[in-house]
Write a protein that binds this ligand. Structure first.
Ligand SMILES: [Zn+2]
Length: 190
């Protein structure tokens, strides 16, 4: 039966990483895609002033979305303050997602632990970046399907699950259509 690895065993053993391998891997996994590309599409040159997301309260200033006004210099002209949905809230509202992690053959006794891990991991990601969000966790039979707002978050989550649980293998596909969606499949083997 698969079991939870201890923290110690999470450490990589075997050959050290080959130089340059990470870049290839990142390219394969789509890490080359620009961060905040939704913002870039929306504001090609970066929007002027200050924008508040009317749903989550995130703040857009100088080409990035943040949690709060802390360390943000307000614009000199008050008219440059506005409200708009941030890309993550817009995605959630439109029932879209950018990353999907499908975990199959989940042993019943590990389901609760897996669910808690996913929630905790995504919460920490959100605390670092307001655009990184868990959208939904669906438990269907022995499968757990997770949707998130960022393809990189899905890739990282898949790898973390593989590192945390024994007897799992992970496979990532990066779909062009629908645009930029990363689909990660994690399988519990015997
Ligand atoms: Zn928002």
């Amino acid at each position: 039966m698969p079991s939870i690895k201890t923290r110690k065993s999470k450490k990589r053993n075997g050959a050290p990483k080959q130089p340059g391998r990470k870049n290839d891997e990142q390219r394969r996994l789509g890490f080359k895609h620009p961060r905040f590309k939704n913002d870039l599409q929306e504001f090609p040159r970066g929007a002027k002033g200050l924008i508040f997301c009317s749903d989550c309260g995130a703040v857009y200033r100088k080409k990035s979305w943040r949690h709060s006004l802390l360390n943000v210099k307000p614009p000199k002209i008050s008219s440059q303050v506005g409200f708009k949905l941030c890309p993550a809230c817009k995605m959630i509202r439109n029932n879209q997602f950018e990353g999907e992690v499908t975990i199959v053959n989940v042993p019943t006794k590990l389901k609760a632990e897996l669910n808690n891990f996913i929630k905790g991991y995504c919460l920490r990601a959100y605390q670092r970046d307001p655009m990184d969000r868990l959208i939904k966790i669906k438990n269907e039979g022995n499968s757990v399907i997770v949707t998130v707002t960022e393809n990189q978050l899905a890739n990282k989550l898949g790898k973390k699950i593989k590192n945390l649980f024994n007897n799992t293998k992970v496979k990532t596909t990066f779909a062009e259509i629908p645009k930029d969606v990363s689909r990660v499949r994690v399988e519990f083997t015997k």
